[in-house]
Design a protein around this ligand. Structure first.
Ligand SMILES: NC(=O)C1=CN([C@@H]2O[C@H](COP(=O)(O)OP(=O)(O)OC[C@H]3O[C@@H](n4cnc5c(N)ncnc54)[C@H](OP(=O)(O)O)[C@@H]3O)[C@@H](O)[C@H]2O)C=CC1
Ligand SMILES: O=C(O)C1=N[C@H](C(=O)O)C[C@H](O)C1
Length: 269
């Protein structure tokens, strides 16, 4: 095990580093940390550190390698974009600092780089840090298992600033459906949106992304049979839930052995 949050002479206080401090989520994490007496922000970095956020000085992200050593964080929380997140994970791996990332939209080689970092430091990635979505994932698996042959369509709706589509949460839910539904002949086919002469095939999983306004995040799964349908919906009313989940994950991850961890382990702890 690496140093724990209670090994630094300040029992119970989590020394936290934050990346992407100027982003929508970075700001939420810093605001949430300021409200937790058991969290001390020891640094915050951003690409454009031109202001203080939640009364915290923001340093350039080029300083992260040095800060991760000098400030002795117990964990770093990251909500940025795939390229910087992969770079920050490698820096934390070099310094042996536990890394929590909620960033989404990684490609295969970036996912591989995160896995490689987790060989040197504890790393927890969650596409969604809401506890409700963790429960939704279980409910989706159960519903799909109990309703074989029902058509599956997933709609995710987010604010107009979101870059990646489908959302990381939608991808995770589709993986759950694929795992539950896959047969020896392979996984069901994903169909992203529909246009033109495009009738539905029986075993498709339809995936649809909506971007509008300031919506924090909605995921709705429709399971439709012959004469009935079931919908499972999660709505995030506020980004604070994601920040709270990420801070819980950071406190849980601090001091663990290097490896790859899942948010479900935090919730079940
Ligand atoms: N797991 C979860 O529960 C949640 C995950 N997310 C995910 O978190 C990520 C961030 O979301 P959000 O906060 O809304 O996004 P924002 O665009 O508001 O913030 C992104 C942050 O990353 C920085 N950044 C972007 N590109 C680079 C780069 N190339 N190099 C250095 N820094 C960079 C931005 O810097 P700058 O300010 O200079 O642009 C900013 O600080 C997304 O992947 C999103 O899907 C979001 C909410 C919840
Ligand atoms: O970008 C967002 O805002 C969100 N992104 C995550 C995702 O891609 O699933 C989680 C949440 O839905 C908000």
């Amino acid at each position: 095990m690496t140093a724990t949050a209670s090994d630094d002479g300040v029992p119970g206080v989590l020394r936290l580093g934050v990346t992407g401090a100027t982003g929508r989520m970075g700001r939420e994490v810093l605001a949430a940390a300021a409200e937790r007496p058991a969290v001390e922000v020891v640094f915050a970095v951003a690409r454009s550190p031109d202001e203080r956020v939640a009364e915290t000085d923001v340093d350039p992200d080029a300083d992260l390698d040095a800060l991760a050593v000098e400030r002795e964080p117990h964990a770093v929380v990251d909500f940025t974009a795939p390229n910087p997140a992969t770079r920050y994970a490698a820096a934390c791996a070099d310094a042996g600092v536990p890394f929590v990332t909620g960033t989404t939209g990684f490609d295969a080689s970036q996912r591989e780089a995160l896995r490689a970092a987790s060989e040197s430091t504890p790393l927890l990635h969650a596409a969604n840090f809401s506890r409700g979505v963790a429960v939704l994932d279980h409910l989706v698996a159960e519903a799909v298992r109990r309703l074989p042959g029902y058509d599956v369509e997933l709609v995710e709706t987010h604010h107009n600033g979101k870059r990646d589509a489908p959302s990381g949460t939608a991808n995770r839910l589709v993986e759950t459906i694929e795992t539950t539904r896959s047969t020896g002949d392979g996984a069901p086919e994903r169909v992203h949106g529909r246009a033109g002469d495009a009738p539905r095939e029986p075993d498709e999983i339809g995936v649809h992304s909506v971007r509008a306004g300031s919506i924090a995040g909605e995921h709705e799964l429709l399971l439709a049979g012959d004469g009935e349908d079931v919908t499972l919906t999660h709505r995030a009313g506020d980004r604070r839930i994601f920040a709270a989940g990420a801070l819980d994950a950071a406190a849980w991850l601090a001091g663990r052995d290097p490896g790859w961890y899942d948010f479900a382990e935090v919730i079940e702890a």
